[in-house]
Design a binder for this molecule. Structure first.
Ligand SMILES: NC(=O)c1ccc[n+]([C@@H]2O[C@H](COP(=O)([O-])OP(=O)(O)OC[C@H]3O[C@@H](n4cnc5c(N)ncnc54)[C@H](O)[C@@H]3O)[C@@H](O)[C@H]2O)c1
Ligand SMILES: [Zn+2]
Length: 290
């Protein structure tokens, strides 16, 4: 039995090792970061990165059990602590409107490391993730809703310097996804403002002044979820509901990224096609971490 005591980075790598070693051995994550407690320890997705490609090699390998050490949050740096709050917010947006409203009321308690508040938020987020994974363990369909905010988030994680933490990138990615939702699925009025406001109160980034729009677009083109020059996105018509498989055209994504960076839209419309796919190992995602 392999026990992986640590955060999502260690859990992903240890889980992949457990999936591969002797064609699979038992393993258990013991989560010690807010992000792993909230999200990554559950679901059996394991992976390691390759040169310029996140999660290049991986496997679905469910752990025997999932454990977490809530007390470990006390030694976690603030930025890492907040990173997990982005995944908790994601679970609320995609499937639990009550949790979202609770987060709006209790952002201060979470910031103050109130153990009861953290337990409430983690239990609710874990329930969302466990239900989604149980319905679709190998991501044949519905599990994709867990990627809300991740199309743009993964690209920002790969491109942006200084490096964004996973949850920070997902915070920005969720704002971009809700902006696109307002354009594409007639999301309720004020949805993006509401999500942005909560993420800001949770201490997560809500704007990215130095956003490298061109290279982020290229990185999205590199995303394995992209098909035929359109990004595949999860969108939300309202808090508590998400739908997957939306093909989003490049000009709209370009505008969403510019709105994140506070840049005005360019006078000449952006190309209707994605920028050329960067050559392997030479693209903007080279050396990208998680
Ligand atoms: N498999 C999945 O389903 C899934 C889901 C979401 C995210 N992820 C991945 O998880 C990764 C991020 O994981 P993370 O946010 O847990 O960060 P992390 O695992 O990179 O840990 C962050 C840092 O905190 C340290 N640390 C761990 N526990 C600590 C503690 N209790 N006190 C002090 N320091 C501690 C670690 O050594 C590390 O330096 C990303 O690569 C992301 O892609 C995977
Ligand atoms: Zn994530």
């Amino acid at each position: 039995l392999l026990v992986a005591v640590g955060g999502g980075t260690l859990g992903d790598a240890a889980g992949f090792f457990a999936a591969s070693y002797l064609r699979g051995i038992d393993w258990c994550p013991l989560a010690t970061t807010s992000l792993s407690l909230a999200d990554s320890a559950i679901g059996g997705k394991t992976a390691i990165n390759g040169p310029g490609v996140k999660n290049l090699m991986g496997a679905f390998h469910q752990p025997l059990g999932v454990y977490g050490a809530l007390e470990a949050l006390h030694s976690l740096p603030r930025r890492h602590l907040r990173s997990g709050l982005a995944e908790i917010t994601k679970c609320a947006v995609i499937a639990d409107a009550e949790l979202f409203a609770w987060l709006e009321r209790n952002a201060g308690a979470l910031e103050g490391l109130d153990p009861e508040a953290w337990e409430h938020a983690l239990v609710a987020a874990n329930a969302v993730k466990a239900a989604v994974v149980a319905a679709d363990p190998r991501e044949r369909g519905g599990r994709a809703v867990l990627n809300f905010g991740h199309t743009v988030g993964h690209a920002l994680e790969a491109v942006d310097r200084p490096r964004l933490l996973h949850g920070e990138a997902i915070s920005l990615g969720m704002i971009a996804a809700s902006w696109v939702s307002e354009q594409r699925v007639r999301a309720e009025d004020g949805l993006t403002d509401r999500i942005r406001s909560l993420l800001g109160r949770l201490g997560l980034p809500v704007q990215c002044a130095q956003l490298d729009v061109v290279n982020t677009m290229k990185a999205i083109g590199y995303d394995k979820k992209t098909r035929g020059g359109r990004a595949m996105m999860v969108l939300t018509p309202r808090v508590g509901l998400a739908t997957f498989g939306h093909e989003v055209e490049w000009p709209m994504l370009d505008r969403a990224l510019r709105s994140l960076s506070g840049l005005a839209a360019p006078k000449t419309p952006p190309p209707a096609h994605p920028p050329a796919r960067p050559r392997r190992g030479r693209g903007p995602t080279r050396g990208a971490g998680r």
